[in-house]
Design a protein around this ligand. Sequence first.
Ligand code: G4P
Length: 280
Amino acid sequence: MTDIQWYPGHMTKAKRMMQEDIKLIDIVVELVDARTPLSSKNPDIDQLAQNKYRLIILNKNDLADPSVTSKWEAYYKEKGFFVACMDARKNTGMKAITDMIQEACKEKIERDRKRGIINRPIRAMIVGIPNVGKSTFINSYAKKACTKVGNKPGVTKGKQWIRIGKNVELLDTPGILWPKFEDQNVGLRLAYIGSINDNIIIKSEMAISFIEFLKNNYCNALKDRYNIECDKECHEILADIAIVRKCLLKGNEPDLDKAANLLFDDYRSGKLGRISLETP
Ligand code: G4P
């Protein structure tokens, strides 16, 4: 298998910016992909967000296996996080997010109250690796009661805050973290969900390892979508997908790269069913 590497040129700058932004906020709202909640979580955030309240959102819940997602929910709760699951494209469940933010920050609210500071909104910031749905979430969350707060005296110039109701202010630009991994399996999971540039990987090889995973964990997905039995070898299954879906080269040879693209398009859009890639 080709080694997956990832060298983001502007990573240092983004991280430095996030260090500055984090000083301004009370709570870090971290989005991860519900299909792979550990691999899509950058471990640096635990250092960056020290002494901040934390909420984890398992986003793209609609694409993940519900029985596995509930295990992840318990896993992060056990670690002391507040946890929510959602499909950020819908703007249902947003009130629950505000309630959770309030609940997570209740110590601070109480501390403020004792000092005579009442109704100071909680400041929150969204963070996560690319493609987990940060912008989508900000749009949905802000849609209902959105007022741009704009620059404020004493606040770093140029920061835009979005007021959510009367209790929360959200920094309008999310903090982007880069996926971080030494383990190639983590890289593969991120490639499957489309969170790292997969042009650097040979698609058919990536598809074969994904088919291996499906064979072992979600055998029915291949049967249901392509009517292919999973007792064959992985490369045969990929060739069968090519044939069934008419991905053919000259001379009717199966076009494996095209079939691989189709398989990942199906996975990423949920057409293969709700499939989680890792369990706690
Ligand atoms: P980012 O800011 O973290 O980089 O992610 P962004 O919001 O741009 O979302 C990345 C893609 O994921 C978008 O799809 C978005 O619609 C989709 N998405 C976000 N949240 C969810 C979710 O909860 N469930 C599902 N199924 N998809 C979600 P796209 O194809 O890149 O764009 P578009 O065609 O949807 O506009």
